[in-house]
Design a protein around this ligand. Structure first.
Ligand SMILES: [Zn+2]
Length: 301
């Protein structure tokens, strides 16, 4: 993905340039303890930065990436649910009567799924606005209220496949303060938000929207695919993901590599000069015999 105006950190280019020149003249030591290369005074090929660690070669990049992927491929324990159930919140706010809540729960049980909020709307007991208000209380997250239409140009900052999988949509980016307003409708995945902040060097402000609004946005943008994003749905594990990452890093002459876990994906960003390319690895595939993480949400929402 080409770097966008929205994605550029002020002063980032000059800092990166200085850092690249310095790393050639005074190359730092390779961060890998198992590195077999001899330290050099002048390097013909630049050192590669992965997070805050400098690496000397494709071999060390692959080893470091493998350790990172091994860590992020470990199945995550579902977060302990300490949220007040949505049905009780709607009852307390008068959005549902006790009898209506019983009917909603029975319908959910009978259908073996579906969110309480969706059932309450489908049975005409509550409005979309009431469900959003209750969700906003449940997740301590404001409902999206924009004075002007969303600015979807900032969707290019995050691979589309990730936005689709997490049902999130960037709706505004304030460049001066690096605030990214991110609409979501499936509850807050704090790990994913942190990964986005880390990758984009920004502060994410989550805002709730209805399923209906998110479906319409995703539908409208579904024909759009970001250039420079390569998706790998089925890999054999950390070793293969690391090999692919090191191979692309070499091919693109990347001088910086960032790897984060975002939802069920490993998101790799390779930076070569000012150009950025993304790799996405489906980590869910590695645990496809385990229950999906999303199930936890449906039980309370
Ligand atoms: Zn090394």
């Amino acid at each position: 993905m080409q770097e966008t105006e929205e994605g550029r950190v002020p002063g980032e280019w000059s800092r990166n340039w200085t850092s690249r020149v310095l790393s050639r003249i005074f190359p730092p030591r390779c961060a890998r303890a198992d590195c077999v290369s001899r330290p050099l005074i002048w390097r013909r090929t630049p050192m590669i930065r992965m997070d805050d660690r400098w690496l000397c070669s494709a071999r060390c990049v692959e080893a470091e990436a493998r350790a990172t992927f091994e860590h992020m491929s470990m199945p995550k324990e579902p977060a302990a649910g300490h949220r007040v159930p949505l049905g009780l919140l709607m009852l307390a706010r008068g959005f549902l009567s006790e009898a209506q809540l019983q009917t909603v729960l029975a319908a959910q049980r009978q259908a073996r799924g579906g969110k309480i909020g969706s059932w309450a709307q489908r049975l005409n007991f509550s409005t979309e606005r009431q469900v959003l208000t209750a969700l906003s209380l449940q997740w301590s997250c404001p409902v999206l209220a924009l004075q002007t239409p969303p600015d979807f140009t900032c969707t290019a900052m995050i691979p589309w496949k990730l936005l689709q999988a997490l049902r999130m949509m960037p709706v505004r980016f304030i460049r001066s303060t690096r605030l990214l307003y991110l609409a979501l409708c499936e509850g807050i995945d704090h790990g994913a938000l942190l990964a986005i902040e880390q990758m984009l060097v920004c502060h994410v402000v989550p805002c709730l929207v209805s399923d209906h609004a998110m479906d319409a946005w995703i539908e409208r943008k579904s024909s759009w695919t970001a250039p420079g994003v390569r998706v790998f749905n089925q890999t054999s594990g950390a070793a293969e993901m690391a090999r692919i990452t090191a191979s692309y890093a070499g091919r693109l002459c990347a001088d910086q590599i960032q790897i984060v876990r975002c939802g069920a994906h490993g998101w790799v960003r390779l930076t070569a000069g000012g150009n950025k390319s993304d790799l996405l690895f489906d980590l869910g595939w590695l645990h496809h015999d385990r229950p999906a993480e999303g199930l936890e949400w449906s039980a309370v929402g």
